[in-house]
Design a protein around this ligand. Structure first.
Ligand code: XMP
Length: 520
């Protein structure tokens, strides 16, 4: 199901950079639809040439100094579409136009660099007046300008940091304007989109709502759709959207694993049933989850048990409903981008993510993924326009295996209760102190060790809990949140005073990488 076939767009050719997604987000944030395409799929995309208002060549791990490198046909430059190359993109443009690129271990730039202006250009209007901090990540650099190109700006270590062929509307920047470390990097995109490509601001997710609902109606017709509803943003928005299209023919199943936050599942079930009038069924499976997890402490084993059991229970429930043809899922655009490896490199598996991916094949269902072209922020906005309450649409991400991977080591009912109470206090305090919305994700984890404490005049020997709070753009990288000391004091006191079973609180100050957001 393809929703955006007739939209004006900016194509981003993905050469495998870790931050290509951010380019697409920046552009959409500016009100223009953008789409990421691996170079090998470019030909197909160029069929709708009149809709392509600009092309961006992303960064990537390849090097044009080797014979075998990722490339595109030079014909692309003859289509009279403005082109902007970023990092590897700039090097590729230079190579294709006869410039010379060298790899230099001595002059490589990683991180902050100062950019200086050499010449005026549409691309740097309101961006580069004299000096600017930009973010670099390269070893290769252009040493000889390609034919008919001018140098616009430079840094101490790279002579040609911004280049242009204004007549052909081809531009290249060695730094990454898409990352927040580049000061006012957004202005580069504004200039490219509105002054160079002359594209109009027409894109916003809410204007897509009607179209999405119409498409779902058209595809599903009178058939039945099931959906595993977790109460997280993605599955909630999918459920509301599909419900708007096909009403009671959408059947939502909520499997309570017992590994959810305190009272959260009961609360969301009630909202979906009473306020949004969804056709929703709640399955309480907590006992069986706890039973099956008994004596398992290995994180991957826990993940497999929880994921497998979830699928089994969901499947059993779904089979009770006759004539189901579709499974609706909250797959997002980043999931799609990540699942097709454009650079050809296989990334190593860090964690087995819990999802219901095995279901469609097993149950002979077709997938309905109406959010697969959108980013999380867009989905939140869409949720709001569908009437989804703020406490669900702005909810922090929550992993499928839930508290199962936040109780380190063995799991039992007592530990779940202890963790739920501590987490409840933490999250409530974040909300009360207006910190919740400033944080990407926060939670409490229970460590598998006990330590000695003193309360009143007595010795205690209880669990240690760990507070985690991170800022992030997409969960791929993260930094720990810098709380005021007073807040940490308050939380520590409140948890230890109110949660029987915890006598020590620690705060996790590692970023991702090298850590991950979840502990298991
Ligand atoms: P990590 O721990 O890998 O987490 O840094 C990155 C983001 O993914 C979430 N996460 C999951 N989400 N199923 C999910 O739907 C999972 O199995 C899962 N494991 C981790 C995590 O909470 C963070 O937002």
């Amino acid at each position: 199901m393809q929703f955006q076939n007739n939209k004006e767009r900016i194509l981003i050719i993905d050469f495998g950079s870790q931050v290509t997604k951010l380019i697409a987000r920046r552009i959409r944030d500016l009100g223009v639809y953008s789409e990421i395409v691996p170079p090998q799929e470019l030909k197909k995309k160029l069929k709708n040439l009149s809709l392509i208002k600009g092309i961006i060549l992303s960064g990537g791990p390849s090097t044009v100094t080797k014979d075998k490198h990722q490339t595109i046909s030079k014909d692309l430059f003859e289509k009279k579409i403005p082109i902007l190359g970023i990092c590897y993109g700039l090097q590729l443009i230079s190579k294709l136009y006869g410039g010379s690129i060298k790899s230099s271990k001595k002059r490589r730039e990683f991180g902050r660099a100062f950019l200086y202006k050499k010449k005026n250009s549409e691309l740097i209007k309101n961006f580069l007046i004299s000096r600017k901090v930009v973010w670099m990540s390269h070893e290769d650099a252009v040493f000889k300008l390609p034919k008919n190109f001018n140098c616009i700006a430079f840094t101490k270590d790279s002579k040609y940091t911004i280049i242009e062929n204004a007549q052909k509307k081809i531009y290249g920047v060695q730094f990454h304007p898409e990352v927040t470390h580049t000061e006012k990097g957004e202005q580069i995109f504004k200039n490219f989109l509105f002054s160079i490509c002359k594209v109009k601001k027409k894109w916003n997710i809410v204007s897509q709502k009607k179209k999405l609902i119409g498409e779902i109606k058209k595809v599903v017709k009178k058939d039945k759709v099931i959906c595993a509803l977790s109460g997280g943003v993605d599955s909630s928005v999918v459920a509301l959207l599909v419900n708007k299209a096909i009403k009671k023919n959408l059947i939502c199943i909520m499997v309570d694993t017992g590994l959810m936050r305190k009272d959260e599942f009961k609360y969301t079930y009630k909202i979906f049933k009473d306020r949004y009038k969804l056709n929703v069924k709640l399955i309480n499976a907590s006992k069986i989850f706890i039973e099956k997890l008994k004596n398992t402490s290995n994180p991957e084993k826990k993940r497999k048990i929880i994921g497998g059991l979830f699928i089994k229970i969901f499947e059993k429930e779904a089979k009770k409903i006759k004539n189901v043809k579709y499974l609706a899922q909250g797959t997002l655009y980043p999931d799609i981008i990540e699942s097709r490896s454009s650079s050809g490199s296989k990334s190593s598996k860090i964690k087995s993510h819990h999802n219901v991916g095995g279901l469609p094949k097993k149950m002979n269902l077709k997938l309905l993924e109406p959010l697969k072209e959108f980013f999380k922020d867009e989905v939140r906005v869409l949720g709001k326009s569908l009437g989804l309450s703020k406490d669900i649409s702005l909810r922090h991400p929550f992993p499928g295996p839930g508290l199962g991977i936040r109780i380190i080591g063995n799991i039992n009912a007592e530990k779940i209760k202890i963790l739920q109470e501590a987490d409840h206090i933490y999250i409530n305090e974040l909300k009360k102190n207006n910190l919740y919305d400033k944080i990407w994700q926060a939670y409490v984890a229970l460590l598998p060790v006990k330590s000695v404490g003193v309360m009143g005049d007595s010795r205690t020997y209880e669990y240690i809990c760990l507070l985690r709070a991170v800022t992030s753009e997409d969960g791929m990288t993260a930094d720990y949140f810098k709380f005021p000391k007073e807040f940490l004091d308050k939380i520590s006191n409140k948890i230890v005073n109110n949660v029987k079973g915890i006598n020590r609180v620690v705060y996790d100050i590692t970023s991702k990488p090298p850590s991950t957001i979840e502990l298991e």
